[in-house]
Write a protein that binds this ligand. Structure first.
Ligand SMILES: C[S@@+](CC[C@H](N)C(=O)[O-])C[C@H]1O[C@@H](n2cnc3c(N)ncnc32)[C@H](O)[C@@H]1O
Ligand code: SF4
Length: 438
């Protein structure tokens, strides 16, 4: 069981020493010309998918969403006030939960608040995670009117038996309509989320889902391994564990899907992404400048990620910060005029070096430890113990080590997290329990 390494140090090591005052101080140190990346979290959904591992809650009325957005707007003002002037923004990402639960006029209102307080670059990427169920042409229109140019669409699996087993029935025709509407209104970048490791999935059903998905011509596909963590997400207990594929079957599902995606011309990126080579993410992977942050793999190179909303995580040069995870706590803090940070971690030079090593491994499946150490003013010898720790993985053929060059062979792509774990100085410090690596 190893972390997904969307940050380093990973979230279980965040602590309460980093609070709103520390965050304010860090924000004020950001140079005015530095382009920012913004993340907005919407922790609400219409129904609960039983596999869901996201920070979200089911609501039956719109009122909690509307009142949450008021607080979100207040938080935007608070952060902008601390920053002092209108900062350039290169990326905006709306995630959740389901940002598409937000009514069009409210979505426009938050986007216009952001545009008042920040300066969107002409080249800015504005992405929204979309639940296609109930998504209309009106929604598509509102998104494009506010400048949204990338849509990340939740599909998971097209097979009805699989969909029923996870409480997410979503007909293919509905998804197709959503893709067509987004394209019609000019959203150029289309990404799909698919899952493997769900109940009743077989190689045949997964290949059928892949073929149907590719038929809709997305630029990118995320193929996430279902993370079964019922001790953290109680609703996952509703999933019949007897029907879940075991480790060997999961690997077969992944391999079959990845092989079919390669036949369709999608290149494999890291542990769970596929993209056309013409897509910016395909290009970034090809050129070795792919990044990894809390949203997973990204082309976003901004050094500052500001998170808005309950549970949102920010990444600054000085460290990470996290907002209160529960909406009532988040609300209370913002209403009291405080930045709603409950924890975080300041990063040391050693953390930054290890973060870089882990990020390159997660993105490129290889890293030159000597070159990375040098760029951080360190000696490569600091990794000698980590290289010794890799020996068992080497024996199993999951990693190749040549001096200070570490390479994960293509066939061991899914094991890269275990290789990263060897460079994680916080592991073994007793925090965190994670989902299986494959
Ligand atoms: C916030 S949701 C996407 C937007 C929207 N809520 C939806 O589901 O259509 C992000 C994605 O996380 C993935 N996901 C959710 N729970 C997961 C889990 N337990 N393991 C792995 N991936 C998961 C799904 O593929 C999902 O589409
Ligand atoms: S997968 Fe998406 S729609 Fe389903 S409960 Fe999670 S966040 Fe909501």
């Amino acid at each position: 069981m190893v972390p997904r390494y969307t940050s380093y140090p990973t979230a279980p090591h965040f602590n309460a020493a980093v609070d709103g005052a520390v965050y304010a101080d860090w924000l004020q140190q950001i140079p005015s010309a530095q382009a920012l990346s913004l993340y907005l979290h919407v922790p609400f959904c219409d129904t609960m998918c039983w596999f869901c591992g996201c920070q979200t809650k089911v609501v039956n009325r719109y009122q909690p969403v509307a009142s949450y957005l008021e607080i979100l707007n207040q938080e935007i003002d608070q952060v902008a006030d601390v920053l002092g002037d209108r900062r350039p923004v290169a990326h905006i990402h709306w995630g959740g939960g389901s940002p598409t639960i937000v009514e069009s006029d409210d979505f426009r209102a938050v986007m216009s608040r952001l545009a008042q307080r920040f300066d969107f670059l002409d080249s800015a990427e504005i992405a929204v995670e979309i639940d296609p169920r109930g998504f209309t042409r009106e929604h598509a229109r509102a998104l494009t009117e506010t400048g949204v140019n990338r849509a990340s669409i939740g599909i998971q699996d097209f097979d009805l038996q699989v969909q029923e087993a996870v409480n997410r029935v979503q007909p293919y025709d509905e998804t197709k309509m959503v893709v067509e509407a987004l394209r019609e209104f000019g959203v150029g970048g289309i990404s799909f989320d698919l899952l493997y490791g769900l109940p009743y999935q077989t190689v045949e059903t997964v290949l059928t889902t892949i073929d149907k998905a590719v038929g809709l011509d997305p630029d990118r596909i995320s193929l996430f391994g279902y993370a079964h963590v019922p001790w953290m997400r109680a609703h996952q207990q509703l999933i019949d564990e007897d029907k879940l594929p075991d480790g060997k079957a999961r690997l077969a599902l992944y391999r079959a899907a990845a092989g079919r995606l390669a036949e369709h011309g999608y290149i494999a990126i890291g542990i769970d992404h596929f993209a056309k080579l013409s897509d910016p993410m395909g290009q970034a992977a090809y050129n070795g400048n792919l990044q990894r942050n809390f949203q997973g793999y990204t082309t976003d190179e901004a050094e500052v990620l500001i998170g808005f909303g309950a549970s949102a995580i920010g990444s600054l040069p000085q460290g990470y910060v996290q907002n209160a995870p529960l909406v009532p706590d988040y609300r209370k803090s913002v209403e009291a005029g405080a930045l709603p940070i409950v924890k975080g971690i300041a990063v040391s030079n050693d953390d930054l070096l290890r973060r870089r090593v882990i990020e390159r491994l997660m993105c490129d499946l290889r890293v030159d430890l000597a070159a990375e150490a040098k760029s951080f003013g360190a000696k490569p010898g600091i990794f000698d113990q980590n290289l010794a720790d890799l020996v068992p993985l080497k024996v199993d053929g999951l990693v190749e080590v040549d001096g200070y060059q570490v390479t994960v062979p293509e066939g061991a792509r899914l094991a890269v997290r275990a290789v990263c774990a060897a460079f994680d100085d916080y592991l073994g410090k007793g925090k965190g329990r994670h989902s299986r690596a494959i």
